[in-house]
Design a protein around this ligand. Structure first.
Ligand code: SAM
Length: 345
């Protein structure tokens, strides 16, 4: 039995086998077989449905200094902004009228948003829109904090692990941050009953086939309900400004592999993928992704949430983004559904 048959049969491989699988990433027949199986699985569990998430980037202040990120603390040129509770609620109101039933609050690790402030925001959204899911993506916090936010009504949490390889983690982050802590947060979030999302950038500096194999082993061990992967894209004001961006093809290959590893996973076709390739998100859907995340943030602040250079969709109103994505999804042969879009169990 070859390695692809084994992956299809067992939905997992060993570390060595993942490395062998990754060696096939440019082999057209391997790419095709993985894509076919990934599409079969997504169709089996999700049909032609694509879920939409309304992304609200509510602060770009960050106390961390991740070396790859445009909003890291050390970037003195970043234009910092925070949305008020009222502004966030107005994004939700707009989003609700456009059919969104999940709101993703994403931001830097901004100490201004204490547990009290975030709880108040989550409670207000859940009170105003009880039929909607609230997803948080605000980085590492204490167990007590995650518990309070869960109790306030947060349903899901996105926290990419970034890389599951210790040495690689060190190349991407300052010494105060640790992979062990990042992983511990993910397990705590799971224990608290959040639907959890992990993930990593494809092609981040120092990434190798070995580190990706570690990522795939970790994803299978954690069994998250969501996995966010997108290509690394350099930001001009970081030490990685001159690095090569991640590969669209490898990202697509890995989307198929992840769909096979975790058949029911919610898998977004990310903005980063759409930034490197004008049809990146459509291509993502065609290889196994089933989620898109249009931006609901106020246009006045969109450009400021600059994680990497040339980010797309920073000039359009939410309604335009929603329409544009609906057109793209339909052209790709799928249809947007306006439910909460929880993972199949
Ligand atoms: N602060 C939260 C956290 O740490 O999870 C959420 C915001 S963080 C900016 C969201 C994600 O952006 C990160 O998990 C990272 O993978 C991605 N990101 C940051 N810089 C990037 C870059 N240069 N290229 C591609 N993705 C990037």
């Amino acid at each position: 039995m070859d390695i692809i048959d084994k992956l299809i049969k067992d939905h997992r491989l060993t570390g060595e086998e993942y490395i062998a699988l990754l060696a096939l990433a440019e082999d057209p027949s391997a790419v095709e077989r993985l894509k076919e199986e990934a599409c079969r699985l997504r169709r089996q569990y999700y049909g032609d449905k694509v879920y939409i998430r309304g992304l609200i980037e509510f602060t770009d202040y960050c106390k961390n200094d991740c070396y790859y990120c445009g909003i890291r603390r050390g970037n003195a040129k970043a234009q910092r902004y925070r949305l008020t509770k009222e502004e966030i609620l107005s994004c939700c109101e707009n989003g609700y009228s456009l059919g969104f039933r999940t709101f993703v609050l994403q931001g830097g690790e901004d100490p201004y948003y204490t547990d009290e402030r975030l709880e108040e925001i989550v409670r207000s959204i859940k009170a105003g829109y009880p039929d909607c899911a609230v997803t948080l993506s605000v980085g590492e916090r204490s167990y007590a904090s995650y518990a309070r936010l869960r109790k306030a009504g947060a349903d899901r949490y996105l926290l990419r692990h970034e890389t599951a390889d210790e040495e690689h983690y060190r190349k991407l982050h300052p010494p105060q941050m640790s992979l062990a802590e990042r992983k511990a947060c993910l397990y705590q979030l799971k224990e608290l009953g959040y639907q959890v999302g992990a993930g990593f950038m494809v092609g981040s500096p120092g990434q190798t086939e070995q580190t990706i194999a570690q990522d795939l082993l970790f994803l299978k061990e954690l069994e998250p309900q969501m996995v966010g992967i997108g290509p690394f894209i350099p930001h001009h004001a970081t030490r990685f400004a001159k690095e090569t961006p991640g590969s669209v093809e490898l990202t697509l290959f890995l989307l198929s592999v992840i769909r096979i590893l975790l058949p029911k996973v919610l898998l977004p076709a990310t903005t980063a993928l759409g930034t490197l390739d004008p049809y990146g998100r459509e291509k993502g859907l065609a290889v196994g992704a089933n989620v898109v995340m249009p931006n609901l943030s106020p246009v006045k602040d969109r450009k400021k949430y600059e994680l990497y250079d040339h980010k797309i969709c920073t000039g359009e109103e939410a309604a335009e983004c929603r329409e544009c994505l609906a057109r793209r999804v339909e052209a790709a042969g799928y249809r947007i559904v306006e439910g909460r879009g929880d993972a199949e169990t």
